[in-house]
Design a binder for this molecule. Structure first.
Ligand code: FMN
Length: 294
């Protein structure tokens, strides 16, 4: 997660048995290198780096992760195909994030090790399909492992994805409330107090949907979008608002990016406790599943 997923959170997730990810979006190459090296001092477990394919520094960051030999890379918001072989030659597993069957097949044919299907319930940049629709559509069509993302915040969501045939899950929003997450305390409090219907998507009518919390910024953006303001003006208005909320703590004029499963996000706790809770609930739900056929 850009701006908020640093070495501390990534290492804590990996130490708890998950696969932690450092978000490189919007960061300098030096920052990403420092964070990778810091994560290596905090965990001996595998962790990954997310590379945003729209990022102007993506080539340099690909070079860096190859040199640093992180365990895996996730890549979204653009075309990952030119980078798959290079990363794999450096011993890195590649998991592109895709919003459709077509793109899932395309990255599978290009040799991706697994695919993350990300439903539009998720926080941040979204596609058009829901997680349930992606699970239904994509899983029968590919043979590489599928990781489900979007709206999953607990063991019930994880168990459901596994029963649908997913091989794993990716959670973002739930870890915004991890003690180790760098998200500003003001944004954490807004998330804690938000309810399910507080989720909005800006830019959807311009094929550039971004999901976050309804607030002063989002209301203004949506009014501008509706009134037909040109794309460029909208982009200028939105630029920097994720950082503004996440780092500076301006939760009125900044945009707090978070997914739709908001009513369950109500407590800050260590990543270890989050993962233990999710795993216990997943096992409980899966153990209860056979009763459904009796
Ligand atoms: C604050 C925030 C920032 C995110 N930044 C990125 C990013 O930089 N790159 C990316 O591929 N996905 C990003 N995502 C999406 C997550 O990686 C993940 O797929 C998503 O959060 C899963 O859905 P959920 O939010 O319902 O858990 C972001 C999500 C959030 C909430």
């Amino acid at each position: 997660m850009a701006w908020v997923s640093e070495s501390r959170l990534a290492a804590a997730v990996s130490n708890a048995g998950g696969a932690g990810i450092i978000g490189s979006g919007g960061r300098s190459v030096e920052w990403v290198q420092d964070e990778i090296r810091a994560a290596k001092t905090l965990t001996t477990k595998p962790f990954g780096v997310n590379i945003v394919m729209l990022d102007r520094l993506k080539d340099e960051i690909v070079e860096l992760v190859c040199a640093e030999k992180v365990a895996f890379v996730t890549m979204g918001a653009g075309n990952p195909l030119p980078y798959i072989a290079k990363l794999q030659q450096a011993g890195i597993k590649v998991l592109p994030v895709v919003p459709s069957v077509k793109l899932a097949k395309r990255v599978e044919n290009a040799g991706a090790d697994a695919v993350v299907i990300e439903g539009m319930e998720c926080g941040g940049h979204i596609g058009t399909l829901t997680t349930m629709a992606l699970l239904s559509n994509v899983i029968p069509e590919v043979s590489i492992p599928v990781v489900a993302a979007g709206g999953i915040v607990d063991g019930r969501g994880m168990a459901a994805a596994l029963l649908m045939g997913a091989d794993g899950v990716q959670l973002g929003s739930r870890f915004l409330l991890a003690t180790e997450c760098a998200l500003h305390a003001n944004a954490k409090q807004r998330i804690i107090h938000a309810v399910d219907t507080d989720s909005v998507v800006t830019g959807y009518s311009r094929n550039h949907g971004v999901r976050g919390l309804r607030n002063q910024f989002a209301d203004k953006f949506l009014a501008m979008e509706k009134s037909g303001v040109p794309d460029e003006e909208l982009n200028n208005f939105a630029t920097g608002t994720n950082r503004m909320a996440a780092i500076e703590g301006d939760v009125d004029d900044g945009f707090v990016l978070v997914g739709q499963s908001l009513s369950r996000l109500n407590e800050i706790m260590p990543a270890d406790a989050i993962i233990k809770g999710i795993m216990a609930e997943t096992i409980e739900r899966l153990n209860a599943a056979p009763n459904l056929t009796k």
